[in-house]
Ligand binder design. Structure first.
Ligand code: ASP
Length: 334
């Protein structure tokens, strides 16, 4: 049966050309659709050239435009492919996973490490994996890249050079390409995506979230400056299972200032796999006692975008804590 697929193009290497200043997304996206129409002639594939940006320039405002474009398209299409720069694709995928929930259809992000004009480009194969993911019924927001499909809210860009650029460190891939086609290995996330009573678009975001990666010697007094800089939420990347320097009271003072300004603080681990347990070490307890919220095993991308999304709905810290205790898009192991 013929399926209707919309490609929303947003820029990135996949449509980039070499200009005077280096690679930039100046190419038209028509070639993307030509590739897909050539490989999937029985399906009806159309294009929305929504924006043409290097993904370093994509942020919360654009995520909302993309979410709205998807929302408009869904009633008349069987699925949507979003082509996007790879550098911030995991942030966009995570944000979309929170903004668009309960999807009964697939929304797949993809792009390429090598521009489409290059004979070695990975663009065509990534596009084909994305379309195949839609056609085999994977729902919700995912990333198709390399030879696998992963949950958008679990995605991390793990390589700036490899063709297998994305991974979902704390969750198995949803599907991978084998000699017999796309093999779905984990239906949990598509099921979760569908289990909402209603398909919803909740696109209010507060972009004023600061991510601090602790390093030995970080001057933690800086936390107290964040409210005056207009930040409304903070994610701290702590060491290991949730350690942070607590000698000298700087952390306590910083967190005290944030609590006084009603700014939620979410703590995640700097480690690629595993998560945080703020009760395990004495050095993590200060943060827990000061009301920090555990991100458990969420990625940075998911923790930051979930906090932006949560702050778009409420500024009540206890409500935000409840949101973080809820698995909304398969982003967290509970
Ligand atoms: N700088 C590019 C971007 O993120 C990288 C890519 O697409 O692979 O837009």
């Amino acid at each position: 049966m013929t399926k209707k697929i919309l490609v929303i193009s947003t820029g990135g290497t996949i449509v980039s050309q070499i200009g005077e200043g280096g690679l930039a997304p100046t190419g038209g996206a028509g070639g993307i659709v030509d590739v897909l129409r050539g490989r999937f002639p029985e399906h009806d594939i159309s294009l929305d050239e929504l924006m043409s940006l290097d993904s370093s320039n994509v942020g919360p405002r654009h995520w909302r435009d993309i979410a709205r474009a998807v929302w408009r398209a869904l009633p008349n299409h069987d699925g949507v492919i979003i082509t996007h720069g790879t550098d911030t694709m995991a942030y966009t995928a995570s944000a979309l996973a929170f903004m668009l929930r309960g999807l009964r259809k697939g929304v797949v992000l993809t792009g390429s490490q090598i521009p489409s004009f290059d004979p070695l480009s990975d663009a065509a194969s990534n596009l084909c994996v994305a379309a195949s993911a839609l056609l085999c019924g994977i729902t919700g927001v995912t990333i198709a890249f390399g030879r696998k499909v992963i949950n958008g809210a679990r995605a991390v860009k793990v390589s700036s050079t490899d063709m297998d650029a994305f991974d979902s460190p704390n969750a198995p891939p949803i599907a991978s390409v084998t000699a017999s086609g796309v093999k779905v290995t984990d239906w949990a996330m598509p099921k979760l995506a569908r289990c909402g009573v209603l398909t919803v678009l909740e696109d209010e975001l507060c972009g004023d979230v600061f991510l601090l990666k602790l390093t030995p010697g970080t001057k933690l007094e800086m936390l107290a400056a964040l409210p005056d800089m207009g930040y409304r939420g903070v994610v701290i990347e702590a060491f290991g299972a949730g350690g942070a320097p607590d000698a000298g009271c700087c952390m306590k003072r910083g967190l005290y200032a944030l609590a006084g300004a009603h700014i939620p603080v979410v703590v995640r681990s700097q480690c690629l796999t595993g998560g945080v347990d703020l009760s395990m070490y004495e050095t993590g307890r200060t943060m827990r006692e000061m009301g920090a919220i555990s991100a458990r095993d969420m990625t940075s991308e998911a923790a930051v975008t979930k906090l932006m999304w949560a702050l778009g709905r409420t500024s009540d810290v206890s409500e935000i804590r409840k949101i973080f205790e809820t698995n909304l898009a398969g982003e967290i192991s509970i």
